[in-house]
Ligand binder design. Structure first.
Ligand SMILES: *[C@@H]1O[C@H](CO)[C@@H](O)[C@H](O)[C@H]1NC(C)=O
Ligand SMILES: *[C@@H]1O[C@H](CO)[C@@H](O)[C@H](O)[C@H]1NC(C)=O
Ligand SMILES: *[C@@H]1O[C@H](CO)[C@@H](O)[C@H](O)[C@H]1NC(C)=O
Ligand SMILES: *[C@@H]1O[C@H](CO)[C@@H](O)[C@H](O)[C@H]1NC(C)=O
Ligand SMILES: *[C@@H]1O[C@H](CO)[C@@H](O)[C@H](O)[C@H]1NC(C)=O
Length: 244
């Protein structure tokens, strides 16, 4: 025991300071045991990564409590399973300075003061007759309680407006519907901070972050690599086609 403690002390005194001063930490992109053994640039699991996600001990890649199902060069597909009584504020976990729900998603809400179903990709009848939704509201088929939010068709915004979603008078976030009827999932668009900085063979997509109006961008490569100048050496999306 004493020996072990001594060794530990020596480690902290002698090894750690030199390790931290000589080798700045690098981005850890591996999350063993799950769907993504490694994630592509700019994602990773420590503070050295441009966009930090969480990796659980069983290999789930998480944003808040929501598991990431797919990572592409323009969006993250995140699971938003149907659940009663989940506070609408939970939606905020899907907004960060590097990603936000795209305006092509529908957000299914519950315990609403009024019913304001818009054209939300999924039919109202389907929602009303869903046994899980009926159970949530506790009343017959959940009528007048369940609502689905989607962006104005006239909107030019790339992202769902958080304030508009929370202004609906609903208290619970029931589920999501991603573009093309992918139920219980939402797509988050992602970006890097600052103005365009892409390699010559990439197109730059300009992004305006809806929460504070700040500049962002994403590079879409026309050939090999991920199109970002700053990503050299990292596993890139193009090299990980099998994961997409
Ligand atoms: C990862 O987990 C930490 C600690 O629980 C939390 O503060 C952080 O917001 C999480 N990040 C994401 C992307 O969910
Ligand atoms: C929904 O809201 C009403 C009041 O608006 C409340 O009485 C009811 O308990 C809520 N339902 C659930 C499942 O919390
Ligand atoms: C909904 O309620 C019915 C009747 O109470 C029950 O049989 C069913 O298992 C419930 N379904 C869910 C998904 O909770
Ligand atoms: C948010 O709501 C305002 C006011 O109704 C509307 O003008 C705007 O287009 C909405 N934004 C989005 C992204 O739907
Ligand atoms: C663009 O990326 C290069 C390569 O990492 C970096 O040296 C440069 O500072 C970046 N420029 C801007 C404007 O971010």
């Amino acid at each position: 025991m004493m020996v072990k403690l001594e060794q530990l002390l020596i480690f902290f005194i002698a090894v750690l300071p030199s390790a931290t001063s000589q080798n700045p930490i690098t981005c850890d992109q591996s999350c063993p045991g799950g769907q993504f053994p490694t994630v592509p640039y700019p994602f990773g699991f420590n503070s050295a990564c441009t966009i930090q996600l969480n990796c659980t001990s069983n290999g789930d890649v998480l944003i808040g409590d929501f598991s990431v199902q797919q990572i592409t060069s323009s969006y993250l597909l995140v699971s938003l399973p149907a659940k009663c009584g989940r506070s609408i504020d939970t939606l905020m976990h899907l907004y960060s300075e590097h990603y936000a729900p795209l305006s092509t998603n529908g957000i299914v809400l519950d315990n609403c003061t009024e019913q304001q179903m818009r054209t939300c990709m999924i039919s109202m009848t389907k929602l009303r007759t869903d046994p899980k939704i009926a159970n949530c509201s506790g009343d017959q088929a959940g009528e007048g309680r369940v609502s689905c939010y989607s962006s104005d068709t006239s909107t030019t915004s790339m992202f769902l407006d958080y304030k508009n979603v929370t202004r609906t008078g609903c208290r619970f976030l029931f589920s999501g519907v991603a573009f093309s009827l992918d139920v219980q999932r939402v797509r988050l668009g992602w970006w890097l901070s600052g103005t365009c900085n892409c390699s010559v063979d990439a197109d730059c997509i300009k992004i305006v972050y809806p929460v504070d109006g700040s500049n962002g961008h994403r590079c879409e490569s026309r050939s090999e690599g991920d199109g970002h100048k700053t990503s050299s050496g990292s596993p890139s999306l193009k090299g990980m086609r099998n994961l997409l």
